[in-house]
Design a protein around this ligand. Structure first.
Ligand code: ADP
Length: 180
């Protein structure tokens, strides 16, 4: 691995397999997997102030407000400035993406790549409703897909325009990502 810090983003709908790919990538390359959803779920479970603020959003499938998310991410980027990171589930809005770019610029770095992992809505719904998380009931899962299409999918064009987008495909192995 080079001296330069590696920061990548996994982009794609809920149920695409970002969590699985991120965990594999971490295992194989030592890049730290940062799932904002998992961090929020842990905070909810632990009853921290951030968790209390996030709980209703998670349960309804709504996005946690950008300000709360950015506070969390900046802690990760600032406190662990030696670590290579793979964000999973972040950014999810244009505002988060722009804020991430600004933070990275301040740190003198930029994204090494954004990996788009795509599956159809039908396949995503099938996977989501079979994994049994409390926000994976059919209604909430459908709503989360809607939120993805409306607020997160526009980031595909945002990152394509930056020239950092790589399409992986929901069934592809992790190698395309691990090659960064
Ligand atoms: P999935 O990949 O199945 O959508 P996640 O674990 O990534 O699940 O996210 C679960 C929930 O956590 C989201 O529905 C949302 O409420 C919240 N969340 C996670 N990351 C973000 C983010 N970057 N911005 C806003 N909300 C988020």
């Amino acid at each position: 691995m080079s001296d330069e810090r590696i920061i990548v983003v996994l982009l794609g709908p809920p149920g695409a397999g970002k969590g699985t790919q991120g965990a594999l990538l971490a295992e194989r390359s030592g890049i730290r997997h940062v799932s904002t959803g998992e961090i929020f779920r842990a905070a909810v479970g632990a009853g921290t102030p951030a968790g209390l603020r996030a709980e209703a959003y998670l349960e309804s499938g709504e996005l946690v407000p950008d300000g709360v998310v950015m506070q969390l991410v900046e802690e990760y980027l600032g406190n662990r400035c030696d670590l290579d990171l793979c964000f999973d589930g972040f950014p999810r809005t244009r505002r988060q993406a722009e804020a991430l770019d600004a933070v990275l610029e301040q740190l003198g770095t930029k994204l090494a790549g954004v990996f788009l992992i795509e599956v159809s809505d039908e396949e995503a719904l099938r996977r989501l409703t079979s994994r049994g998380r409390s926000d994976d009931g059919l209604e909430t899962a459908r709503y989360r897909l809607e939120v993805y299409h409306e607020l997160t999918e526009p980031l595909v064009d945002y990152y394509r325009a930056q020239g950092v987008l790589r399409e992986v495909g929901g069934e592809a192995g992790i190698d395309a990502v691990a090659d960064v």
